[in-house]
Design a protein around this ligand. Structure first.
Ligand SMILES: [Zn+2]
Length: 162
C-alpha cells in the first residue's frame, strides 16, 4: 500500500470520534514500515491494548480507518479460528474476535460488527508465506500473488460493510 502519513491516519477514521483519533498512538515501527509488503496497516495501540486499528486504501485512493476492540480483551486467543482477512488455514499466529462500530449514526447508536482477525494483524505476513509446491499449484509465488489480491479485496469489502 501507499505510505500513510500520521495526518492521514488521524483524519481517515470512519467510526472513531475526534477524541479517539487524537488519542491514537502510532505503531512503534511506524518510521521503518515496509509499506510495499502491506495490504492494510493494522496494529494494537501500544498504550491501550484494548484498541486495534486497521487502515486501508482502496483502488480509487480513498483511505479508511477503523477502531476495533478485542471482544475477550485479547487474553484468550482463539487458536482454532480462521482469520476472515487472510484465511490462512495453516495459521502461524493467534486469531481473535474483534468488534468495530458501524460507520455513522448506526455506530453512534451502538451497532457493531464482529469479525475474526489475526490478533496482531499479521495477515500481510501470512499471505506471503509460500505454500509447499504441489501438482495443482506448481508455482507457490502464483498462489502468494492470489492471496495478496484476495486479502486486499476482503479488507476492502469488510470496510464497505461498515
Ligand atoms: Zn489474518
Amino acid at each position: 500500500m501507499q505510505p500513510l502519513t500520521e495526518k492521514t491516519i488521524r483524519s481517515s477514521f470512519v467510526n472513531a470520534s475526534r477524541q479517539e483519533a487524537k488519542k491514537l498512538t502510532l505503531p512503534e515501527n511506524f518510521d521503518s514500515l515496509d509499506w510495499d509488503s502491506l495490504e492494510y496497516l493494522g496494529w494494537r495501540d501500544p498504550k491501550m491494548m484494548q484498541r486495534g486499528y486497521l487502515f486501508h486504501t482502496d483502488d480509487s485512493g480513498r483511505t479508511r480507518g477503523i477502531l476495533l476492540r478485542p471482544t475477550d480483551g485479547g487474553r484468550k486467543p482463539t487458536n482454532a479460528a480462521m482469520c476472515e482477512m487472510c484465511r490462512d488455514v495453516n495459521i502461524p499466529c493467534a486469531v481473535g474476535m474483534w468488534t468495530t462500530k458501524r460507520a455513522g449514526q448506526a455506530g453512534r447508536d451502538g451497532d457493531t460488527l464482529g469479525t475474526l482477525i489475526c490478533l496482531n494483524f499479521e495477515c500481510s505476513r501470512n499471505v506471503r508465506i509460500p505454500p509447499p509446491k504441489n501438482p495443482i499449484y506448481p508455482d507457490p509465488m502464483v498462489v502468494v500473488a492470489q492471496r495478496i489480491e484476495l486479502l486486499d479485496e476482503r479488507v476492502q469489502s469488510f470496510l464497505s460493510r461498515l
